[in-house]
Write a protein that binds this ligand. Structure first.
Ligand SMILES: [Zn+2]
Length: 318
């Protein structure tokens, strides 16, 4: 299948209508060594994972979700530096889904307040309209799910992968805006799917099974959240990431479909990054050894103009 050609975007530089005249410059072997291609791409596009302003509010339009990382920030968490100091090396391996038993904005304000009597926090808060807020950097351990030993659900299979240490050490916590027993909205479910899929591209140790993706009630005997939550319909769209141990990266969703339908590793090489918003253009991108995938508004994949960028970077094109 050939992807549709994207409409001309306002900020995109125009493409030449005819091939440029070959420059009469020195033979390639006389040219200075070009910079590494990845360095060129990093220089041109940066590595920011913040969303391009044009995509703000776009929700799940692309394979990576829009995440607001500035409006709310929690104060209760353990940094990786602190965890190291107590002998813990944080490995993001688990996701715990919760609901707040409250409503916006009161509950997200509570999650960000010091609350010295009962300090809590989580990494992500998803409002009923599907808006995603990051409250704690995933590199730090939020305080969302520590379970007293006497309250642990006696699930041997789960404990075999979680171990018996504090459940916050290696997990990410997602709080959904909902009262106790309140159904989640379709927008919240879609946002949670998109968020977890993207997180699995960033943290490949997060397994795509029900031992690594769990509800709070599956860890603690005294918790009932996030019920109601339909794991059977949640899991299939979350699964589907293809992991490459060669580079430690994964591909998912539309990029995976395009990759596998158009030549796979032999043509594109291995993925070198996860998905990330481009800081200059309203597209989500992922870099491969041989190319750059761009996910354009409207939902189609286009190959980035890496040849043009490369020639510009080494001075052969203006
Ligand atoms: Zn909970």
């Amino acid at each position: 299948m050939t992807p549709r050609k994207p409409p001309a975007a306002g900020k995109k530089p125009g493409r030449p209508t005819s091939p440029p005249t070959p420059p009469a410059d020195p033979a390639p072997e006389a040219a200075p060594a070009p910079p590494a291609l990845e360095a060129v791409l990093v220089q041109d596009f940066g590595q920011s994972r913040e969303l391009a302003p044009e995509l703000a509010g776009a929700g799940t339009a692309g394979p990576g979700p829009a995440i607001d990382r500035t409006t709310y920030r929690a104060v209760n968490f353990w940094t990786d530096v602190y965890l190291h100091s107590i002998g813990v090396t944080r490995q993001v391996r688990f996701v715990v889904v919760h609901n707040t038993e409250g409503s916006y904005p009161t509950d997200v304000q509570y999650l960000c307040a010091p609350n010295p009597q009962h300090p809590v926090s989580c990494h992500y808060y998803i409002r009923r309209d599907g808006a995603i807020f990051e409250l704690v950097d995933p590199a730090s351990a939020a305080w969302h799910t520590a379970v007293a030993p006497e309250n642990r659900v006696p699930n041997a299979a789960l404990r075999a992968v979680w171990g018996t240490s504090n459940e916050n050490y290696h997990s990410l916590g997602i709080e959904l805006e909902a009262f106790r027993d309140q159904a989640k909205t379709a927008e919240q479910v879609a946002a949670t799917v998109a968020l977890v899929r993207w997180l699995r591209t960033q943290y490949p140790l997060i397994g795509d099974d029900r031992l690594h993706l769990v509800g709070h009630d599956e860890l603690s005997l005294i918790k009932v959240d996030p019920a109601p939550w339909d794991w059977d319909s949640f899991m299939p769209p979350v699964r589907g990431a293809r992991y490459f141990p060669e580079t430690g990266q994964s591909i998912v969703s539309g990029f995976r479909d395009f990759f596998e339908a158009n030549g796979d590793v032999a043509r594109f090489g291995y993925p070198l990054t996860g998905e990330e918003p481009d800081p200059h253009y309203p597209v989500t991108v992922q870099y491969f050894e041989n190319c750059r995938f761009e996910w354009h508004p409207g939902g189609f994949v286009r190959l980035g103009a890496v040849g043009r960028l490369y020639l510009q970077a080494i001075g052969r094109l203006p």
